[in-house]
Structures are given as structure tokens and as C-alpha cells.
Design a binder for this molecule. Structure first.
Ligand SMILES: *Cc1c(COP(=O)(O)O)cnc(C)c1O
Length: 449
């Protein structure tokens, strides 16, 4: 394996964005549809591990991993090797026309890794939204029922069906309707904002009572949930919430579909976030980290559900593209050999300690939460639960100016989330967190406007 040519160190040689990034940004503004945004207009030239090198030669610390995608790190050697090797043999045949082994091998690996010992089948797609759409297709086909139950703060994608499944209007849904019918939204478990003393089972009862009263269990094809919400604010449900939902689904013939697109593949310290409470979903959607940076997504599910769909009912031209499958096999192998689940738990410990000590000093940090290398803090007006999106934005911008990529999330845009590549070394993580702490201090110590 060749050593990484890019040092795992932050280094700023211009202000951010630098002159070359600003020139590129002008071209971008003239050429690219503005509906596609970017968190920071610093253009990347190359990347390795947890470092992004921009077109001006600045080296930034990446605490976002391209939104939980490059868990194995940027340009992970095994992924680079597998992709080049596959690319030189063939790039595409369409699995629905002329199949190949790597597609089968990815399905075998997912069937093995997904929670539960029951027989499973997998189908591959190209994006997370497409996987979610197909999970709903399978659930409706297998149950011959129409309704889909989703939760407050949910994010499931940007296609028509997944917009409907997503909770937040701006920016995802605004004026993009009409939306798909038969989608019903119920409250989730949000320990920081739920009434005092509401545990997981009580929050589940609140949601299920609403489903039974307003939809009717017999009409529900599937209940779809992120085991820890991603875009919605890294909301970790109270213990007992997911098991209670899963049990209700089992009792009522409802497909329990878990969206692990952001949480999957070692991010939370297990292969899947479901593993934490031993929850076994009927259908599991994955994408993001699955492909090690290549676009790949999957629906893995109980064989009896997946086998219900007729031949030709599922698929897509690019779904399970051979280059993406080669990348996924290498990425999963890297996760196993480097024990990235263990790494995620260590990273989570380090981040948690840092965020909790900040919370002790700044009452505007209302909540610190997360699991493994999926950690966040929620910013509020001190002494209240009122979200402070403005302070959140200023903290993040301050990090960006100092060369640390951090992301926000949350229905109110007031959550700072940290989800670094799982290969980040301790010193680099500490440096990134030091910059974050300084940004928090700068923004939250300033007199309130
Ligand atoms: C990112 C994400 C999606 C959508 O995936 P795309 O690849 O962007 O279509 C769906 N669900 C969750 C939980 C996600 O985080």
C-alpha cells in the first residue's frame, strides 16, 4: 500500500476562500443552478484521510466526511485500488442485462451484516432516496396496503416520494408539491424537547396511539424511521422507543423499515445504529458510507418481503454499478480490518468530552447528544429551548474560516453536527475540536445582540 502523499495536518496558506476558489466560484455562479447550494465555497483539489486540500493549497480538516460518506477516509487506498482495477476491466454492463459477481457479493455482504438471522435479500440502487423509494415499493407490494408512517424531523431524500416522507419544508419541499399521498407523520422521541419523564416506551405509545386513531394499523404498509435522525438534528430517541415501534409493527403486520443511510457502516460504533438495542428491521435502507465515496445504495430485507415483487419490478440502469460495487466491497473490508466501529466509539468519546466541557461553560449549548462518531450540540437562547440558528451559523462560519469543515442540521438549523471520517487520527481530531471550541467561545462569549 502506498503511503498517503497528503499530510494529515491543517495548513492555511491563504484566507478562506482563497483567490483560486473565488475565481472558480464566479464560474460556478454563472454556470451552476443556484438551487444546488454548497456549505462553503472552497473548491477541493485533492483529499486524503480526513484532510481536504483546496485549489489554493490550503489543507482543511474534514469533520463532515461528505455527509457521512467517506467513513473509510478520502482516497482510502483499498477503495482506490479496487475502483481502478474494476474500471480497467469494465465500467458498466447494467446488472439487469449482463450480471457480474461484485453485485452478488455486495448483496451477500449486506445480508450477512444487516441485523437478524433470518433469510434476507438485497437490491442495489444509486442514491439513498432511490433506496427509500424502493423500500416503500416493496412494503406496499408485499402488504397490499397503502399507508406509510414517518416521523417529525425525518429526512429521507429529495425525490417526489422522499420529499413527502421528509418533515422539513425549507429548503427541501417548499413549492415542490403536490406531494405523494398516503404519508402520515407522527411525533418521534426527542428527549431534549419531550415533556419531562417521557421515556422511549411513552414516546412510542404517543406515536402509535396517533397512528391507530388517524390511520388505522390495517392500512399501514410500513413504518419508516431513522434510528438516529440525521438532517433532522442527530436526534437520538430514548431507550425503548425503537423496540416498542418494532414490536407494534410485528403485532400488526406492518413492515418496520429502518433508514440507516446516514447511521450505517460503523458510524455509530456498530455496523448499524439498530444494533445498539438489538432492533431487527424488516427492511433496511443503506447508502452514503456503503460505497466508500462511490454512489451506491441498497435495500436489504426479509426474504419473504423482497421475494414478493415480480421480476423486473425493481432495478435501474446504474443500480449496483460494478465500479461502485468494487468500492463497496473494499470499503466494507476496510471497516472490518481497521475496526472502524471501535474507532467510531473512541472518536465519540473524544468529541463527547469536548462538547460536554463546552456545555458546562456556555448555557447556549442546550444539549449534547449522539452516538459514536455521530455527535452534535444543539444551540439555544440561554436558559430557554428557543433555537438559535444565527449563533449556530456564526460558529460554523468561524470554523470554516479557520479551516475546519463542520456542518449544521436540525429542523430549526440550530444543531452543529460532527461526523468525521472514522480514520481520523487523534491529533487531527483534537486540533479540529480545538478550533471548534475557539469558535464557540468567540461567538457565545460575545455580548448578545
Ligand atoms: C442522505 C440521506 C438520504 C438520501 O440519500 P441521497 O443519496 O442523498 O438520496 C435518505 N435518508 C437519510 C437518513 C439520509 O441521511
Amino acid at each position: 500500500m502506498e503511503p498517503s502523499p497528503i499530510e494529515q495536518q491543517r495548513s492555511l496558506v491563504t484566507e478562506l476562500p482563497g483567490p483560486n476558489s473565488r475565481t472558480l466560484h464566479e464560474r460556478r455562479v454563472a454556470a451552476v443552478a443556484p438551487g444546488v447550494g454548497s456549505t462553503l465555497p472552497v473548491y477541493v483539489h485533492e483529499a486524503s484521510g480526513a484532510i481536504l486540500v483546496d485549489v489554493d493549497g490550503n489543507a482543511l480538516i474534514d469533520l463532515g466526511a461528505g455527509i457521512a460518506v467517506v467513513s473509510v477516509g478520502h482516497a482510502a487506498p483499498a477503495v482506490v485500488g479496487a475502483v481502478s482495477e474494476q474500471m480497467s476491466r469494465f465500467a458498466h454492463t447494467c446488472f439487469m442485462v449482463s450480471p457480474y459477481e461484485s453485485y452478488v457479493a455486495v448483496c451477500e455482504a449486506l445480508n450477512e451484516l444487516a441485523p437478524g438471522d433470518h433469510p434476507k435479500r438485497t437490491a442495489l440502487f444509486s442514491s439513498g432516496a432511490e433506496a427509500v423509494e424502493n423500500a416503500v415499493k416493496v412494503a406496499r407490494h408485499a402488504t397490499a396496503r397503502p399507508a406509510v408512517v414517518v416521523f417529525d424531523h425525518a429526512y429521507h431524500g429529495r425525490t417526489n416520494l422522499t420529499m413527502a416522507l421528509t418533515a422539513k419544508n425549507m429548503p427541501y419541499k417548499d413549492k415542490f408539491g403536490p406531494f405523494a399521498p398516503e404519508i402520515y407523520r407522527v411525533p418521534t422521541s426527542y428527549p431534549y424537547r419531550d415533556p419531562d419523564g417521557m421515556g422511549g416506551p411513552e414516546a412510542a405509545a404517543r406515536a402509535l396511539e396517533q397512528v391507530e386513531r388517524t390511520v388505522g394499523a390495517d392500512n399501514v404498509a410500513c413504518m419508516l424511521i431513522e434510528p438516529i435522525q440525521g438532517e433532522g438534528g442527530f436526534v437520538v430517541p430514548a431507550p425503548g422507543f425503537l423496540p416498542a415501534l418494532a414490536a407494534w409493527c410485528r403485532d400488526h403486520g406492518v413492515v418496520f423499515a429502518v433508514d440507516e443511510i446516514q447511521t450505517g457502516f460503523c458510524r455509530t460504533g456498530d455496523w448499524f445504529a439498530c444494533d445498539d438495542e438489538g432492533v431487527v428491521p424488516d427492511l433496511l435502507t443503506t447508502a452514503k458510507a456503503l460505497g466508500g465515496g462511490m454512489p451506491l445504495a441498497a435495500v436489504t430485507g426479509r426474504a419473504d418481503l423482497m421475494d414478493a415483487v415480480h421480476v423486473g419490478g425493481l432495478g435501474g440502469t446504474y443500480g449496483g454499478n460494478p465500479v461502485a460495487c468494487a468500492a463497496a466491497l473494499a470499503a466494507m473490508d476496510t471497516m472490518r480490518t481497521l475496526d472502524l466501529a471501535g474507532a467510531a466509539r473512541r472518536i465519540g468519546g473524544t468529541i463527547g468530552t469536548c462538547l460536554e466541557s463546552l456545555q458546562d461553560r456556555f448555557p447556549a449549548i442546550g444539549d449534547v447528544r449522539g452516538r459514536g462518531a455521530m455527535m452534535a450540540m444543539e444551540i439555544v437562547r440561554p436558559g430557554t429551548l428557543v433555537p438559535d440558528a444565527d449563533a449556530t451559523r456564526r460558529i460554523i462560519q468561524s470554523c470554516h474560516r479557520a479551516g475546519v469543515v463542520t456542518l449544521s442540521c436540525g429542523s430549526d438549523g440550530n444543531v452543529i453536527r460532527l461526523l468525521p471520517p472514522l480514520v481520523i487520527d487523534g491529533a487531527l481530531l483534537a486540533e479540529g475540536l480545538g478550533v471548534l471550541a475557539a469558535s464557540v467561545e468567540e461567538v457565545l462569549s460575545a455580548p448578545q445582540a
